[in-house]
Ligand binder design. Structure first.
Ligand code: PLP
Length: 217
């Protein structure tokens, strides 16, 4: 299990970037992993986890939340509008807000429940046609819309194109966040989380480097 190694690397990257110790939240992305591996990471003290599908998370996390206190769950995958209610009931944070319709649905549920998960707006920094996320040119308008709906926007999230240098995308995300007065930056995965921290990541989403390779997904 790579948890201790990754924790140390996060701490070292924080120090090298002149960031305060503990300023980066390590999200252990447990999608598709066998339950024994997830349980081992819980036993080792990790409490912040990420999943990319609402239904998959519903299958394992209610039980883990009963057995381990203080679990914080982040949805890092796309959110269909018809899954919004179960998503806000299970997740403490949603990293994939990328359209006005979804923001309105989240705002209705926040009204009804008197609370909302922390929200990140996903930005398609590579402008890839098949990828989720709002285009860089449309971020400011979506942030403004969320604010007018009284939604708690924590920051921005991106998944850089696989064949490109991630640093350019991390820098772009940081720039868009800054001009919108947002402090949260959800960026960096197993292959590039240290670089993301150097560019200001506040949340890194690390899966296979903690749990081992996934069979699929
Ligand atoms: C799976 C996934 C991750 C983690 O990926 P690894 O390369 O295994 O670290 C991070 N972010 C999102 C959105 C994911 O779907």
């Amino acid at each position: 299990m790579g948890l201790e190694d990754i924790r140390q690397k996060v701490a070292r990257a924080e120090a090298e970037a002149g960031r305060a110790p503990g300023s980066v939240t390590l999200i252990a992305v447990s999608k598709v992993q066998p339950l024994e591996r997830v349980e081992a990471v819980l036993q080792a003290g990790q409490r912040v986890f990420g999943e990319n599908k609402v239904q998959e998370a519903q299958g394992k996390w209610p039980d883990f939340k009963d057995r381990f206190s203080g679990v914080e769950l982040h949805l890092v995958g796309p959110l269909q509008s018809n899954k919004t209610r179960p998503a806000v009931e299970l997740f403490d944070a949603i990293h994939s807000v990328d359209r006005v319709k979804l923001a309105r649905r989240l705002a209705d549920l926040a009204q009804e429940r008197g609370q909302s998960p922390d929200l990140f707006i996903q930005v398609n920094t590579g402008e890839e046609p098949q990828k989720a996320g709002v285009l860089p040119a449309d971020v400011d308008a979506l942030v403004a819309e969320c604010r007018s709906l009284d939604l708690p926007v924590n920051g921005l999230m991106c998944i850089p194109p696989v064949e490109e240098t991630p640093g350019l995308h991390f820098a772009l995300l940081a720039k868009i966040a800054e001009r919108n007065g947002l402090s949260g930056l959800s960026m960096g995965m197993s292959a590039d989380f240290e670089q993301a921290i150097a560019f200001g990541a506040t949340h890194v989403r690390v899966g296979s480097a903690i749990f081992g390779a996934r069979d699929h997904g």
